[in-house]
Design a protein around this ligand. Sequence first.
Ligand SMILES: Nc1ncnc2c1ncn2[C@@H]1O[C@H](COP(=O)(O)OP(=O)(O)O)[C@@H](O)[C@H]1O
Ligand SMILES: Cc1cn([C@H]2C[C@H](O)[C@@H](COP(=O)(O)OP(=O)(O)O)O2)c(=O)[nH]c1=O
Length: 214
Amino acid sequence: MKTAHNPGYFISFEGIDGAGKSTHIDAFCQLMRQKYPAREVVMTREPGGTALGEQLRSLLLEGPMHLEAEALLMFAARREHLAQVIEPALEAGKIVISDRFTDASFAYQGGGRGLDIAKLNILERWVQGCDDGTLLQPNLTILFDLPGSVAQARRSKVREPDKFEKMDLDFFERVRQEYLRRAQLDPQRFHLVDATQTPERIWLELQSFPIPIK
Ligand SMILES: Nc1ncnc2c1ncn2[C@@H]1O[C@H](COP(=O)(O)OP(=O)(O)O)[C@@H](O)[C@H]1O
Ligand SMILES: Cc1cn([C@H]2C[C@H](O)[C@@H](COP(=O)(O)OP(=O)(O)O)O2)c(=O)[nH]c1=O
């Protein structure tokens, strides 16, 4: 990509497993369609979003693998996702809403599993760096924040855990702390949602906070 400056608007949803992203993301996309009828809204997810990305997702969520292999595959899926889906949509002025993006790699591979953050910074620059030196990032990241214990209790009620969801409470606390560290580094980009609130209150908040889309 030549530059990160584009006519589109890029939103990512983030949070630890069980924080409530899936509960709200479809309705949020519908809300964006209603609010901005002139814009096309593209909903996508990571790891995934392309044929290759979905294949990599299956591998990533199933078996154990070397931590650096895991990080590299997450970013390989992301590179394909950017090239095939995200960059063309943003260049065409669309609103892109992704269920997770690079903050998840920092949180899970970095905070959770302990990969050196300097290596993640290199991968981020490699995959999202543009020809003019700018870095393609979401314009807005909605971070669903809650304690690991609350998320774990919610998850255990409803689903069979995948590889990451089987990790212990300490892992999710480290993931949460890395998300919060990223939010502190870039407060303009992040909107923190207190995900311990009821779904109704969270939905009211998602409907009411201002998003600078024309
Ligand atoms: N604010 C909330 N309060 C209580 N339970 C919730 C809330 N949001 C979601 N849940 C429930 O918690 C579980 C996990 O939510 P989900 O949206 O699948 O999380 P995520 O997509 O972030 O992993 C679901 O059973 C969902 O109904
Ligand atoms: C994008 C991304 C996801 N993940 C993890 C977080 C989640 O545990 C898992 C899949 O995310 P998600 O789609 O939120 O899972 P679900 O469909 O169960 O709600 O992948 C990483 O570890 N690194 C990454 O870079």
